[in-house]
Design a protein around this ligand. Structure first.
Ligand code: NAD
Ligand code: TYD
Length: 358
């Protein structure tokens, strides 16, 4: 079996669901169930003996060493993190705790377990760390996309904490020989995405008749990847990646934020037209920019394609249509995640940003 951390969050839950759809290998899923962790994401696995959910923190070394000793997973995949840039700006401490201290504790516990494995199991064991393109910093319009050797230049407390975790993972390979793999992926979108992030926030706000808050001029560029393509890349890296190597994962799909919002609005105009026949575009509102906002991310994913034969299956057009349809078909899921905590977050993040409509 394998052990994943953070498997009740957006990417982790998609990974767990896809893994069990593709293989019969069991999964232990360790998740602290922060505001971003949601067992509803995994409800289709109820009664499935191949999935063992454990409520706990990656910093809990006693819990972790017991899990490793009892279940002897052949790999640990670390998805657990604080993941939202805006939250890291308004309160960085949780990011330091989980992304840096948590990853360190996880690495220490895994190293102690791995050290005592028999030679064969030790050689075949893998620690796969799921990271982000944001560690590389921001690109100008004409700079080439990030390769695996691009210098680290994180600009937000989120990306700085992820960069620190990447460095720790790297050091455990170089110093202790722990067989690690690191993936640095671009922005994901798809089912189960918490509506604090751009795409699900725009879908949810549009349907609720609320403003669609575009930061600054909306010309910041992100490289978007459908979440199931990220999951298939991780499965491929786990299967065939070389220990100690880093793989960039991306969709070859750079788009300015405003284009993304327009695309979401057009799809909603088509699939759920407003009764007054106005376009959802009319709800777009320009609001105060994010401090230190990175202008452009772009991933060069040629290494993973060349060495491991991985390519994304979805184009942005197919992936975004599936995503919008998923949100339309899963309104109870959306209603459940909009708890008091979520509403408090919206007030905290958006109340101070003055807005102007298009
Ligand atoms: P998410 O915020 O949706 O989910 C994070 C999960 O981790 C939640 O289930 C949460 O409960 C859990 N968690 C948080 N702290 C924990 C702790 N201390 N112990 C155990 N569990 C804990 O995040 P996501 O978008 O699914 O991202 C998953 C990983 O992928 C993160 O490491 C993130 O940095 C990375 N990543 C995300 C993106 C993206 O676009 N979302 C892109 C590239 C990389
Ligand atoms: P986000 O989904 O938070 O991901 P990240 O900051 O990790 O790239 O944001 C994606 C882009 O969308 C980013 O440039 C910020 C922008 N954005 C808005 O314009 N308005 C919003 O309300 C949010 C949440 C993000």
């Amino acid at each position: 079996m394998i052990l994943v951390t953070g498997g009740a969050g957006f990417i982790g839950a998609n990974f767990v669901l896809d893994w069990l759809a593709q293989t019969d290998e069991s999964i232990i899923n360790l998740d602290a169930l922060t505001y971003a962790g949601n067992l509803d994401n995994l409800s289709s696995l109820e009664g499935d003996a191949r999935h063992l959910f454990v409520h706990g923190d990656i910093s809990d070394t006693t819990l972790l060493s017991n899990l490793l000793a009892t279940h002897q997973p052949r790999a640990v995949l670390n998805f657990a993190a604080e993941s939202h840039v805006d939250r890291s700006i308004l309160g960085p401490e949780d990011f330091i705790q989980t992304n840096i201290v948590g990853t360190f504790k996880l690495l220490e516990t895994v190293r102690a377990h791995w050290n005592n494995l028999p030679a064969d199991a030790k050689k075949n064991f893998r620690f796969l760390h799921v990271s982000t393109d944001e560690v590389y910093g921001s690109l100008t319009k004409d700079e080439p996309a990030f390769t695996e050797t691009h210098r680290y230049e994180p600009n937000s407390p989120y990306s700085a904490s992820k960069a620190a975790s990447d460095h720790l993972v790297r050091s455990y390979h170089h110093t202790y020989g722990l067989p690690v793999l690191t993936t640095n992926c671009s922005n994901n979108y798809g089912p189960y995405h918490f509506p604090e992030k751009l795409i699900p926030l725009m879908i949810v706000n549009a349907l609720a008749g609320k403003p669609l808050p575009v930061y600054g001029d909306g010309q910041q560029i992100r490289d978007w990847l459908y979440v199931k393509d990220h999951c298939s890349a991780i499965r491929r890296v786990l299967e065939a990646g070389i220990s100690g190597e880093v793989y960039n994962v991306g969709g070859w799909n750079e788009k300015p934020n405003l284009d993304i919002v327009h695309t979401v609005c057009s799809l909603l105009d088509e699939l759920r037209p407003k009764t007054d026949r106005q376009s959802y575009n009319a709800q777009i509102t320009y609001v105060t920019d994010r401090p230190g906002h990175d202008r452009r991310y772009a991933i060069d994913a040629s290494k993973i394609e060349r060495e491991l034969g991985w390519k994304p299956a979805e184009t942005f057009e197919t992936g975004i249509r599936k995503t919008v349809m998923w949100y339309l078909d899963n309104q109870p899921w959306v209603a459940n995640v909009q708890s008091g905590n979520y509403r408090e977050w919206l007030t905290k993040n958006y109340a101070e940003r003055s807005g102007t409509s298009t």
